[in-house]
Design a protein around this ligand. Structure first.
Ligand SMILES: O=C(O)CCC(=O)C(=O)O
Ligand SMILES: [Fe+2]
Length: 257
């Protein structure tokens, strides 16, 4: 199976880096082969049949060698691109810029669980985040589950403590409630990134405050996320948070239908 379109010409590393620095986003538009996207969508449909139409996250989707996401991670030009970007991010990492985690995030159905996923603003713990839209509903401007982000909102260099403080300001119910209102009033209109299956999106995860817009109840949305490189090498507090979050997501995934 072809991963990238045959005629897709890979952008220059320097161009990608420049876009990340100036706009906060680098998009490889219309890069993925239709058959590849079809295989990813097949995987999502299989999971939805098995688990029901609700919200869940499947971890480590790149691990299984039969998974299309495994093939994606084996594309040498793509891996060279992420290495270049991480290496130029300004973060010094002795251990290189490995894949810290990856998952398939599915929002479906009309339940409260799906609704609760909208506007969960956060900073990632990765230097670089790659987002692969697999299924994006086509509803209105504010209910198609697009990405909404304050890109490059803070530097990489903040301390572990400052990171936790900044996260706690935005990663809570009160902030979310305020932003639900603000989005519906158009306050975030300039910060919406329309997601198109077939394109790949890169941003500095740690630096960018982001979330997804609501999805109209009954629609299906699936994104694959890949997180590369750690901005702070010995950040135990962050790792504990990640373990806690992974446990929570594993419980949701295993909920009976
Ligand atoms: O699904 C998305 O569009 C974003 C999800 C995300 O930001 C994350 O899982 O860290
Ligand atoms: Fe994120």
């Amino acid at each position: 199976m072809q991963v990238f379109k045959k005629n897709y010409s890979f952008p220059k590393h320097e161009t990608a880096f420049d876009q990340l620095q100036t706009k906060g986003l680098f998009c490889m538009q219309d890069a993925l082969d239709d058959e590849f996207i079809g295989a990813c969508q097949g995987l999502v449909n299989g999971a939805l049949n098995q688990r029901g139409e609700r919200y869940f996250t499947i971890p480590d989707i790149a691990q299984d060698s039969a998974s299309p996401f495994n093939r994606l991670m084996q594309q040498s030009e793509l891996m060279a691109m992420k290495d270049y970007l991480c290496a130029h991010s300004g973060v010094d990492a002795d251990a290189g810029y490995p894949l810290l985690g990856n998952n398939l995030r599915v929002i479906a159905g009309a339940g409260e669980d799906a609704k609760a996923q909208a506007l969960k603003f956060h900073y990632d713990s990765s230097i670089l985040t790659m987002l692969v839209p697999v299924m994006i509903p086509k509803n209105g401007q504010f209910d198609s589950g697009d990405l909404v982000a304050k890109l490059n909102d803070r530097p990489f260099s903040s301390s572990t403590l400052l990171n936790l403080v900044q996260k706690s300001v935005v990663q809570n119910g009160l902030y979310r409630k305020k932003q639900l209102q603000a989005v519906s009033e158009g306050e975030w209109a300039d910060n919406i990134i329309r997601l198109e299956p077939g394109s790949l999106y890169f941003f500095w995860g740690y630096r960018s405050l982001h979330a997804n817009l609501p999805c109209r109840p009954g629609s299906k949305r699936a994104t694959a996320l890949f997180f590369f490189g750690r901005p702070q090498q010995n950040d135990w507090a962050m790792r504990m948070r990640e373990v806690w979050r992974d446990r929570k997501e594993a419980k949701i995934l295993e909920q009976p239908q």
